[in-house]
Each structure stands twice: as structure tokens, then as C-alpha cells.
Design a protein around this ligand. Sequence first.
Ligand code: NAD
Ligand code: MG
Length: 385
Amino acid sequence: MRTVNILGATGSVGTSTLDLVERAPDAFRVRALTAHRDVAGLAAAAIRTRAELAVVADERSLPALREALAGTGIATAGGAEAVCEAAANGADWTMGAIVGCAGLRPTMAAIAQGGTVVLANKEPLVSAGDIITAAARASGATLLPADSEHNAIFQCLDPARVARVRRIILTASGGPFRDWTLDDMAAVTPAQAVAHPNWSMGAKISVDSATMMNKGLELIEAVRLFPVPSERIEIVIHRQSVIHSLVDYVDGSMLAQLGPSDMRVPIAHCLAWPDRMATPMEPLDLVRLGRLDFEAPDPERFRALALARAAAEAGGARPAIMNAANEVAVAAFLAGAIGFLEIAAIVDDTLQRYDPAAPETIDAVLDVDGEARRMAGERVKDGVA
Ligand code: NAD
Ligand code: MG
């Protein structure tokens, strides 16, 4: 019996995790579930799983949560600090599925406990990856990647033979606009951008997939998680999203992980690791699939890829600035304040205007993050020149 926390339990990854946990009530006991302000979703999940504690990050939602859970015996708490306290409750296994850098402090709190910490939440790894991995080494925490590409690499990469890896190949679906012209992309609406062809995901990562910034974030995520430099990580468009990534060894063997495009597959891998557990998905039908296609991404239409590669190579504060500006620009696009192509333009502009020293602590990362957000916010208001 493993005790489990789910940070960001009401989101896309959070509900996929809950689905697996609820199917195996003898294997998992839920301790804490957290959400931003979706009281109804959080309370329902807490009651179904008989969680010990439910936490809303938005303190103003706490009275409603208390009311929803009155008489159930489930404890409640509210505020960003309460999310960190819940993450530090010593559970055996924690899913980090908050969206954005808002997950950074809770992730660090979970890692300090030394259990297994599963990272779906990629933005903290991008902004503070070296600090996060160092904290895991110090506490003895096991970090497992739930992002499907990184989970695939984790399954294919022999840690004892890293020196024999020629390349890592990150596959990308290319998102909903992979075949669109730049002119057409200029007029894209938020509804079009969140309608991903292969995956069902939260709004922010769906927009990131449409700009391909998601793959840029994942390039940096891969550099943080695996001892392979960014020059040896390639990005290939694979529109079926069946091969989730590949490792190419010097002898010519390429190992790939295949599976349905359902996050429950990599999450199950992390839930059971190093064992395996059954999932409810149909096995892949290769004959029905028929073919797998690959093509090179177009850097002209997807500017985010070059921005992310440059940030990965430069390191220091660059990934944190890129991520923060992207979070602001994506939120502005979803709110209808800027156009689709302005997202990458604002990220580029913020990177050009702001070049602080490498942050060495979480507080310093959050300072860089805050300043980059402020600068990107100016451009949202005033427009990019
Ligand atoms: P989502 O928007 O569906 O859910 C986000 C969750 O975080 C919700 O529970 C929400 O209540 C909570 N949250 C939001 N803001 C918060 C805040 N300020 N403080 C505390 N909690 C907050 O997002 P998602 O699609 O599930 O993605 C979660 C993370 O996993 C992201 O970092 C994303 O990049 C990554 N990821 C998602 C998928 C996917 O298939 N959805 C795949 C790979 C990686
Ligand atoms: Mg991914």
C-alpha cells in the first residue's frame, strides 16, 4: 500500500492520475489532493478517494471547500503555503500536476521529503532544473518523468550506457497548425488552439503544443533530466503520436517507446515503477495504424523551437525568462488580448531585453520569473514593436 499526494488533482493530468489510483484501491491510499480554485472537482475527488486532506491554493475558495466537505471528516486548507505543507506530508508518492511555475515551491517541498516525486509539471524543471535535481540528490528523492516523451526516454535510456547514446529524438505531434501557413496562423482563435488533434490536455499546454513551445520546454526538460547535451537532442514531427520518443545508440540501435496517446500510460509507469501495472486502454493495433510518419519541424512557422534551443544552450537564467514570458503570453492569448503569433514575439522580446545572472536559489529563480513576467506583461499591454 503506497500513500499518494496529487498536486493539481483537478486538471487533466490530475484526473488521469486519480482514475488509475481509484482503479487500484488496494494498492494506493490518497493523503492530500490540491487544486487552484475548482472546489466542486476537488471536493468530489476527495470524497471518492477518502482523502485525508483537500487544499485550494486560492485562499478565497476555502470557505466553499469547507462547506462542500462538511461532515466528511476530510480536512481542508487554503493558500499557496498550505499547498506546500500538504506536499511535505511525507507521502510515498507525489504527482506534481500543477500547471506553470506555480508548481515550483510545492515540487521542492515534495522533493525535500525524499519520496518518489513524479513530474508532469514541466515549467519548474525548465526554470529551476539544476536546483530541483540537486535537491533530489540531497534528499534521496526519486524523480520520475510523467511527460510522455521523457517517460519514453526514461524507459529506453540505459543509465549505465549514457556515454553510448548518440542522440535522443523527441517526437512532436506538431499541434493543430502543423500544416497551416503563417498568414492563417496569425488569425487563430483560442478555441482553435486548444483543440489538439491527438491529446486531451489543459488549456496552457494545448496552446504550447500549437506554438510548439511545448517541444521547446521539453527540450530543456530533457537536458535537466538526462545527462545528454541539447546539441544531441533532436526534434522530429511524428503526427500520429504513437512513438513517444527514441534513444539512438552509437551502434545503430534505436530504442523507442510506443503507446496510445493517453497520459495514463506514462502515469501508470510512474505509479508502478519499477514494476508494471495494468491500465484500461486498448492495446495499440499496429495493423489498423498502418503507418508512422516523420518530418522535420519548420523553424520559420514555429519560432519557439529556436528560442528554446538557444535558451537550452545558454542556460543560466534564459530558460526561466523564456518560460515566464511564455506563461504570460499564453494567458494573454487565451484571454483574447494578443494574437497567436504574438506569443513567440513576446517571448523573444523579453529574452532580448532581460539578461540577469544565473539564479542559484529558488528565491532567485522566482525573482527572475517575476521580473520576466512584468516585462512580458508590458508588451501584452503596449504591443511588440
Ligand atoms: P490543467 O490546467 O488541466 O490542470 C492544472 C492543475 O493545476 C489544476 O488542478 C489546477 O487547479 C492547478 N493549478 C492551476 N494553477 C494553480 C496555482 N496557481 N496554484 C496551485 N494549483 C494550481 O493542466 P494539465 O494539462 O493537467 O497540465 C499540468 C502540468 O502537466 C503542466 O505543467 C503541463 O505542461 C504538464 N503536462 C500535461 C500533459 C497533459 O496531457 N495534460 C502532458 C504532459 C505534461
Ligand atoms: Mg509531452
